[in-house]
Write a protein that binds this ligand. Structure first.
Ligand code: CA
Length: 250
């Protein structure tokens, strides 16, 4: 018996549906670069959609729900940095993977972009194959993070046991409230990334929480008091929110 078109077979010979192809939003106003990227990504099995301005990018993120965004820095109507910042501000797109395209002379902007939460960047001119490789490697990295649900988190001499709900610093237990624990766990899961107050509020307190972003500030302050190691390691980022440094600053 021959399986119908569009079916693959698993080890037992049953047809299985293929996993949904990942959709990538390409944000680039230079048409030749955009088309080149589209061609190479689609050749590799990705679905794509195109935006040529920052505003269009934000609209397409809402309507197309892409799995990843390739974001050029220089764009008409909201540049790449503004688009990145806006996406990171909204809870539903706060963790959407972003690869920035930058030119060599935009290096300082690249730093700002990474501070704002871009996951990776590629400098122009680049080979499309390199970019496709970076896209795949970012997806692999994210899948590993999702598959691997740790039962403990470590940050310098700090250890969080997520199943026993215990925090120790150099083996000595620190007593935290449930929200302080949740906040610390969220920061430890996203080191190096700027987390806005809105995102923290939604992730730790929940969408239906009836409070203000000041709640986050209060809890960060308490966390720092209880765990001095975090004092210099949780940094506030301008008016945006907080970031846990990749490594504790000691
Ligand atoms: Ca451009």
């Amino acid at each position: 018996m021959v399986a119908g078109a569009g079916f693959r077979k698993n080890n037992w010979g049953d047809p299985v549906s293929s996993p949904r192809p990942k959709k990538i939003l390409i944000v680039e106003d230079e048409q030749d670069i955009a088309q080149l990227l589209k061609h190479y990504l689609e050749k590799d099995g990705f679905h794509t959609c195109l935006a040529t301005t920052g505003l269009e990018a934000l609209k397409l993120v809402s309507s197309e729900h892409p799995d990843l965004v390739i974001l050029d820095l220089m764009l008409p109507h909201l540049n790449g940095l503004e688009v990145c910042k806006t996406l990171r501000h909204k809870p539903e797109t706060a963790l959407l993977p972003i690869i920035m395209l930058t030119a060599k002379n935009e290096e300082s902007d690249t730093v700002v972009g990474l501070e704002l939460g871009a996951d990776d960047y590629v400098t122009k001119p680049f080979s499309p194959k390199t970019l496709v490789a970076r896209v795949k490697s970012l997806f692999r990295r994210l899948e590993r993070t999702n598959d691997h649900k740790p039962t403990s988190l470590v940050y310098g001499s700090l250890q969080m046991d997520l199943t026993r709900h215990e925090v120790t610093v150099r083996g000595k237990e620190v007593l935290l409230t449930a929200k302080e624990f949740g906040l610390l766990a969220h920061l430890l899961r996203h080191p190096g990334r700027v987390l806005t107050r809105e995102v923290l509020l939604n992730e730790v307190w929940g969408y239906d929480y009836y409070g203000t972003t000041r709640t986050v500030d209060v809890h960060v302050r308490r966390l720092k008091l209880k765990v001095p190691l975090l004092n210099d390691s949780i940094v506030s980022v301008k008016t945006l929110g907080y970031k846990l440094l990749d490594q504790p600053r000691v």
